[in-house]
Design a protein around this ligand. Structure first.
Ligand code: COI
Length: 364
């Protein structure tokens, strides 16, 4: 796989001939929901085994043309990322820790045998798109969700790493992932369907992981839950992650505990919250957590709060779990104090309402 930097490390802006009229755009920005409104442009680059990365640009967002034999359509050779651009109090726009997304994207590319896009090109593509579609960045509390992805485009039905791929970034003004669920979400503990196994793709951000989680998510819905909580594939005993989020527990003795990396996604929000923990009087601990510990801890009060993290989900309080073994309520069934404080601090950093003492914001 070539990781040669893009020759002219630039994404020149070729403006769309059909921009969305401002009044229509403002109407869409008033209530964007999550993942259903898209901006006028995409950032894009093409990769071939012979030429490496080339043909970089920010251009009109149009439907893709793919040969029916394109490898991604058959073997799911695909990776993606999720990050956001936030409107700042002075009207400027900032990204949150895009270097971490760039590094994870490279990790996912290696695991899925796709070409690695150099980190500086990743950040440049995202930045160039946000600049081109700056008018689409909503006012807080909404933000502009960015979805970089690489797909194997080579038309070839033999099974091997594709020799042609395309990188794109699409942008979507976004409100909350769990609209109307600010009072907390309920998770279905999946004791049969697994998300990932050791040596698999659980720590890569690839579409296949999410496709494999959909049946469990449907099961969660059948049980009136908002999302699923996956357990490990070997013993169906150890907490892993939720369908689209990492999971963290607050204990009565002041720990912020979360499952270790390995088969779960190395979430940017997860990592940021672990780094903020000390400021909230919490000791961050990454260790295996069994479902028995979760149940017993919620029942006897040694686990006081549970929440989930993700770029889309931000910090979502988890107020209850359901499973074939019965229901469990966390604390008094409302969002916990530490959860709300971490949520407020994270948003203050992302939206530029407090000084960026850690260098987490990148001005666009
Ligand atoms: C994100 O939080 O960025 C994700 O990728 C979750 C998404 C699948 C909604």
């Amino acid at each position: 796989m070539s990781s040669r930097p893009i020759a002219q490390a630039r994404f020149p802006h070729v403006a769309t001939a059909n921009p969305t009229p401002a009044a229509q755009r403002d109407g869409l920005l008033a209530d964007p929901g999550f993942g259903r409104v898209f901006t006028d442009h995409v950032a894009t680059a093409t990769w071939t085994a012979g030429e490496g990365w080339h043909d970089t640009a920010v251009r009109a967002a149009e439907p893709l043309t793919l040969h029916p034999a394109a490898a991604v359509l058959h073997y799911a050779q695909e990776i993606f990322e999720g990050l956001k651009a936030y409107r700042q109090p002075d009207g400027s726009v900032a990204l949150f820790r895009p270097d971490l997304n760039a590094a994870r994207f490279a990790h996912s590319a290696r695991r899925l045998a796709l070409p690695v896009l150099p980190a500086e090109s990743f950040v440049e593509a995202v930045t160039a798109l946000v600049r081109a579609d700056e008018a689409w960045v909503p006012e807080p509390p909404a933000s502009l969700y960015l979805r970089p992805f690489t797909v194997a485009t080579e038309a070839f039905l033999g099974v091997r790493p594709a020799e042609e791929a395309r990188f794109l970034v699409t942008a979507s003004p976004a409100g909350p992932l769990f609209a109307g669920r600010e009072a907390g979400v309920t998770l279905w503990i999946s004791d049969t369907l697994s998300r990932a196994a050791p040596g698999g793709t659980g720590d890569a951000k690839c579409g296949g992981n999410y496709a494999a989680g959909l049946a469990a998510q449907a099961l969660a819905k059948e049980h009136a839950c908002d999302q699923v909580l996956f357990l490990d594939a070997r013993e169906h005993r150890w907490l892993e992650e939720s369908g689209t989020m990492n999971v963290l527990l607050v204990t009565a003795d002041g720990e912020l505990v979360t499952p270790p990396l390995g088969t779960i996604l190395d979430g940017v929000t997860r990592r940021s919250v672990l780094e903020l923990a000390a400021g909230h009087g919490l000791t961050a601990v990454e260790r295996p957590i069994s479902v028995e510990e979760l149940r017993a801890g919620c029942a006897d009060g040694s686990i006081t709060e549970v929440f989930a993290t993700g770029t889309a989900a931000v910090i979502s309080p988890i107020v209850a779990f359901r499973s074939t073994a019965g229901d469990v309520v966390v604390g008094d069934g409302t969002p916990g104090e530490r959860t709300l404080a971490l949520h407020a601090e994270l948003l203050d950093i992302q939206f530029g309402r407090v000084p960026d003492t850690r260098g987490w914001r990148l001005s666009v």
